[in-house]
Design a protein around this ligand. Structure first.
Ligand code: TYD
Ligand code: MG
Length: 444
């Protein structure tokens, strides 16, 4: 007869312990241990029934076409449409537009869709749907009981089911409160079984923690086939859909959307959105090109320097890593003899996007120089990573970046000499390869 006992599980990392602790012994988070009931049964060995392996050559895959959602940016990110029977986890900050995107998908997909919301009433969903498109004939279900939802799904056989959100779903068979580790893990396991049995796809919306990771156990990300994040600044209108795991395609693709009055609209030419008002010629503004997924984006970097009044000089950034800025200022001081030690430096990336690519280093450095020396940088794109000795290092995909710059009418491209030599790009714009920071400054 199985005995039941309790254990405590960390909602962040899944660490298990027999006794409650205030702080997780594994990830160090406070207040994340939740109680869970487990059945302990005597171990049994042997007695399994042999299963027959299947020859892959004999497995039918025709007829399992990917589901085209009708939203091109979304289809590209998941690798050309949703694979039947797959689980897609969609995470993002509150209010970023997860429910809006999911509802738009349900309205656009040409096949049968069931939109299940555990967060909103059917009236609230209707308000939202009317904002997006007044003409629709979508059926929705406002329900949090997972078994009831799965029974509905098994009865009506939709090709795509949207669960908004997994943290609101409740299953009788699992312990704990809705949104707890046990409930979420169990719910995803149940959904997975239904998805694989009936070849239905599920899009599961998940909350994120304050650190920006998907809430719930990390195992959740292992269980699903695809993990997507919807990102963006709450007060800026653009959103980036990023794929961080994909069993059926590449993970390097991103989709760009703009939140408008009628929901999320696809952005076909994102560079224009991110470039600031190009009419204003000011010092401290430098345009760079970063590569997101398979395409290049042009971004404007703004730097402002002003003499420090007292104490330490300030280094403040928005959209750029503050530690990286510290490093760049040290390089500027040592390798370009720039007196930055008595200057407060502010760096901002226009459009609210976050730069993670080191290829923007040189642009940030030149923006600081431009602000300090009052030089206006016009019609120029600056690309390159900076090394500690002031050398301009290789960046990949030069050709893509050059093409994007040319498309938007830029005349001059400052890039690493080594990239220019390795991957020569042809362009109407003048391409200047530089080896060091000092060389790049001389070209301003
Ligand atoms: P929502 O999809 O509810 O976010 P999430 O599910 O990720 O929490 O997004 C709501 C935000 O989007 C809200 O601030 C209003 C805005 N919005 C628009 O700007 N236009 C629209 O057409 C819709 C439906 C929402
Ligand atoms: Mg929502």
């Amino acid at each position: 007869m199985p005995k039941s006992t309790t254990q405590f599980v960390c909602s962040g990392c899944g660490y298990k312990t027999a006794k409650w602790q205030g702080k997780c012994g594994n990830c160090g988070e406070w207040n994340t241990l939740q109680e869970q009931r487990v059945l302990v049964s005597g171990h049994k060995t042997g007695g399994g029934i042999a299963a027959a392996p299947v020859a892959l050559g004999a497995v039918e895959t025709a007829g399992h076409q990917r589901l085209q959602t009708g939203i091109g940016e979304f289809d590209d990110v998941v690798g050309g449409g949703i694979v039947p029977g797959s689980l897609v986890l969609l995470g993002g900050d509150p209010g970023i537009g997860k429910s809006t995107l999911a509802l738009q998908l349900s309205m656009q997909v040409p096949s049968v869709v069931l939109y299940v919301s555990g967060e909103e009433s059917v009236q609230q969903i209707k308000y939202r749907a009317n904002r997006i498109s007044p003409k629709h004939n979508l059926s929705v279900l406002a329900e949090t009981d997972l078994e009831a939802i799965l029974a509905t799904v098994e009865g009506s056989h939709p090709q795509l089911v949207i669960i908004d959100s997994i943290q609101t779903m409740y299953c009788e068979a699992a312990s704990g409160v809705a949104g707890g580790v046990a409930q979420v893990t169990y719910a995803v396991q149940r959904i997975m079984r239904v998805a694989k049995t009936y070849h239905m796809s599920f899009i599961i919306i998940g909350h994120v923690t304050k650190e920006g990771y998907l809430a719930g156990p990390k195992t959740l990300e292992h269980m699903v086939d695809t993990v997507l994040y919807l990102e963006g600044e709450r007060f800026a209108s653009f959103r980036i859909l990023r794929c961080v795991k994909n069993r059926f395609g590449a993970t390097n693709e991103v989709g760009v959307f703009e939140m408008q009055g009628g929901g999320l609209q696809e952005v076909k030419n994102p560079s224009q959105l991110f470039l600031g008002d190009a009419g204003i010629k000011a010092t401290g503004n430098v345009i760079t090109s970063i590569v997101e997924g398979s395409r290049a984006l042009l971004l404007e970097i703004q730097a402002l320097t002003s003499v420090t009044n007292f104490g330490y000089p300030k280094r403040t950034t928005a959209g750029f890593d503050a530690n990286r800025l510290q490093l760049l200022t040290a390089i500027l001081a040592k390798r370009a003899n720039l007196n930055v030690n008595n200057q407060d430096i502010y760096v901002n990336v226009v459009g609210g996007i976050k730069i993670t690519e080191p290829g923007a280093d040189l642009a940030v450095a030149l923006a600081i120089v431009s602000s300090m020396k009052d030089i206006v940088v016009e019609d120029t794109i600056v690309i390159g990573e900076l090394g500690l000795s002031g050398e301009v290092r290789f960046v990949s995909n030069l050709e893509k970046r050059v093409k994007e710059a040319e498309k938007l009418g830029f005349k001059k491209i400052i890039c690493p000499k080594i990239s220019q030599l390795k991957t020569p790009a042809k362009s109407k714009a003048e391409i200047i390869g530089v080896r060091t920071l000092a060389e790049a400054i001389a070209h301003l």
